[in-house]
Design a protein around this ligand. Structure first.
Ligand SMILES: Cc1cc2nc3c(=O)[nH]c(=O)nc-3n(C[C@H](O)[C@H](O)[C@H](O)COP(=O)(O)OP(=O)(O)OC[C@H]3O[C@@H](n4cnc5c(N)ncnc54)[C@H](O)[C@@H]3O)c2cc1C
Length: 614
């Protein structure tokens, strides 16, 4: 390991820089080449794109496919579905834009070798639900990564991007990014005309249910470290709906998916006494959210709500009734195989706890909250919409460009567009890339100016935790607690505790209020002060430090947004105890924030929701 003496600075010039080579990043890289044959396209990834991101382990289903070729669904139907699930608040222009292109993405996946199951009778893709199609998806990510690798001029693996660079010659324009190689320690300076951030969502900002040696077991990928939010936030990009964290109902301890069980195996749930419980909470839920409870399908958050209430009433645990379905050998096989594609750990948990779902109904639980933009939730950056479809107020130049010039986003990064999942994220990457190529071409010969002072100052900040450790470790004779530095794991645990106890995590049963949120902000500010005292023993710990920095900034954003929205819009995701009801009169709107890095202040505002589709 080379620390200070042998560290090189590597300069990379690009027309388009894609940060994060997950689903959206691979889509962006692929499509950049299609529209920009002669451009230099660089993809930078903190892991290795071959097996990186939330899809790293493979998936069993593609959750967003219209099936327009067979007249199964139309893009408008998907917008209605996502709007309903998100209690009325989605960017319909962005959602429609993805839905109208997502089928072509899936067809490309099949062309590239992804085995998609077919219904033997109809010859169509095998449906798991209205929007999901079944795949043999163990190699999903390598297949998608191959397309990106072939399209990119260069792929830089193992580079953790820590900051974006801004143009020294033009205010509010991005000029590149910096980061470090997590294996060699080299400092990387990327200069680019356009940057597409596609760095995934955020786990581990709230205290997880699994702690200690089990803390890596979260539902969303543990390596999803909020860079997608922190990088744009740092440079003043507006964010939206950051309060809309997601809580998942999953099989207990392994977070095994339940969708295929409900949809394919037709299983159902009951309380600890074997009773149906959802209908019992109908009146209670109706009093909170009004007619939204009567929508079909019932919004995801409201289904969580019934579980949370039933368990709090002392009638837990909630169980999935598998004993009936598993008597059918075919369904039993499907039930087990469902975990092989992406959550084999659930099968191991059941084996270790003597649970055979043929004889025992397994427990479900609600997860800790996560922040992301591609599932039944839509936190992320505020982006310009498609020219032919977005209301004028939602357009400021190029599709998927954030409020910073030249800075684009896709996948979990972009807010307001729920239910895009893996295929929709890849599609959004393609959409962002097409616009980014146009942006670069419109720029002509103009080159963004990168200030040497800016990146050299950042270099000092980035590596400082290693210096803190080198100096401070001499004060320790044993153990890990030092008077002069804080280790990343300690900082992470402190962050998770603050978010859990003050911002509506599992220990408060997802409950918070204005008093708690304000105190949470004070505690986050103290943690932020302490971040300059982080100690990193090696490059791995340096990466952990920067992941923590990104998680912390995203957490601050979540807390400000949660404080700003004075209603409980998504019971089952979180509750504002001081504003327990959904309030459409005042809050049928998006929440927007902007962080000013020079003052450290956050500005909040409302933005209108336009219902484009009836
Ligand atoms: C358990 C689980 C099950 C799921 N099931 C399904 C399913 O069945 N079907 C479906 O369609 N979808 C499913 N999804 C959703 C799908 O995985 C996501 O919607 C999709 O991966 C989001 O794409 P993305 O590109 O935004 O993020 P990701 O695919 O997570 O990619 C983000 C990338 O950015 C990289 N990165 C992060 N920070 C940095 C940084 N600072 N510097 C450089 N690189 C960085 C990461 O390493 C990663 O490669 C599931 C997700 C999970 C976690």
């Amino acid at each position: 390991m080379r620390l200070f003496g042998g560290r090189k600075t590597v300069f990379v010039d690009a027309d388009i820089l894609v940060i994060g080579g997950g689903m959206a990043g691979c889509g962006a890289t692929y499509e950049s080449r299609y529209w920009g044959r002669d451009l230099k396209i660089v993809c930078v990834e903190k892991a290795n794109i071959e097996r990186s991101g939330a899809v790293a382990q493979g998936l069993y289903a593609i959750n967003c496919y219209m099936g327009m070729q067979w007249g199964e669904n139309q893009p408008e139907d998907h917008v209605r579905y996502a709007r309903n699930d998100l209690m009325g608040l989605v960017r319909e222009d962005l959602g429609y834009d993805i839905a109208r292109h997502v089928d072509s993405t899936v067809h490309k996946f099949e062309e590239w070798g992804l085995p998609i199951m077919r219904d033997p009778k109809t010859g169509r893709y095998q449906r798991e639900g209205k929007w999901q199609i079944m795949i043999h998806g163990e190699s999903y990510k390598p297949i998608v990564a191959e397309a990106a690798r072939k399209a990119a001029t260069e792929v830089y693996n193992r580079i953790m991007v820590t900051h974006l660079l801004m143009d020294a010659a033009k205010a509010n324009r991005v000029a590149g990014a910096v980061g470090f190689n997590v294996r060699t320690g080299d400092f990387h300076v990327f200069r680019a005309k356009a940057v597409i951030v596609s760095a995934g969502g955020a786990s581990h900002i709230f205290q997880p249910r699994a702690v200690g040696e089990g803390m890596g077991r979260t539902w969303y990928a543990p390596w999803s470290s909020a860079s997608a939010y922190a990088l744009p936030i740092q440079v003043g990009a507006k964010m939206t709906q950051m309060e809309n964290r997601i809580v998942l109902t999953r099989f207990k301890d392994g977070y095994g998916p339940v969708g295929a069980y409900f949809l394919h195996l037709k299983t159902y749930t009951q309380n600890g006494y074997g009773e149906e419980y959802e209908s019992k909470w109908y009146d209670d839920t109706k009093a909170l959210v009004g007619d939204y409870v009567d929508r079909h399908p019932v919004p995801t958050c409201l289904r969580n709500h019934a579980i949370i209430k039933e368990v709090a009433a002392g009638r837990g645990p909630i169980r999935m009734v598998t004993k009936e379905a598993f008597q059918d050998p075919h369904k039993e096989t499907v039930g087990w195989e469902n975990f092989l594609g992406m959550t084999i750990g659930q099968a191991v948990v059941w084996a270790s706890q003597n649970i055979d779902p043929k004889h025992t109904n397994p427990e479900l639980t609600t997860s800790e909250p996560y922040v992301m933009g591609s599932h039944a939730t839509c936190s992320g950056a505020w982006a310009s919409g498609p020219e032919d479809y977005a209301p004028a107020e939602y357009q400021w130049g190029y599709n998927r460009m954030m409020t910073v010039d030249g800075l684009f986003g896709a996948g979990d990064t972009i807010g307001g567009t729920a239910h895009k999942f893996s295929s929709g994220s890849f599609t959004e990457g393609r959409i962002a890339a097409k616009a980014a190529v146009k942006y670069v071409k419109d720029m002509g010969q103009t080159q963004p100016q990168v200030s040497e002072r800016e990146y050299r100052d950042l270099e000092k900040v980035i590596y400082q935790p290693m210096e803190n450790y080198r100096v401070g470790r001499n004060e320790i004779v044993a153990g890990t607690v030092s008077p002069s530095y804080l280790l990343p794991i300690h900082g992470l645990q402190r962050l998770e505790k603050i978010m859990d106890e003050y911002v509506g995590g599992i220990s408060t049963n997802y409950m918070t209020n204005g008093v708690l949120l304000n105190r949470g902000l004070e505690l986050l500010a103290m943690l932020k002060e302490d971040m300059s005292h982080m100690g990193a023993e090696d490059l791995h710990q340096l990466q952990r430090t920067w992941e923590l920095n990104h998680r912390l900034l995203a957490s601050e954003s979540v807390t400000h947004h949660t404080l700003f929205r004075e209603e409980t819009r998504w019971p089952g995701y979180y509750y504002r105890g001081d504003h327990m009801k959904l309030d459409d009169e005042n809050w049928h709107c998006f929440t927007l924030s902007r962080y000013d890095r020079t003052t450290g202040k956050w500005e909040m505002e409302k933005a209108p929701v336009y219902h484009i589709i009836d």
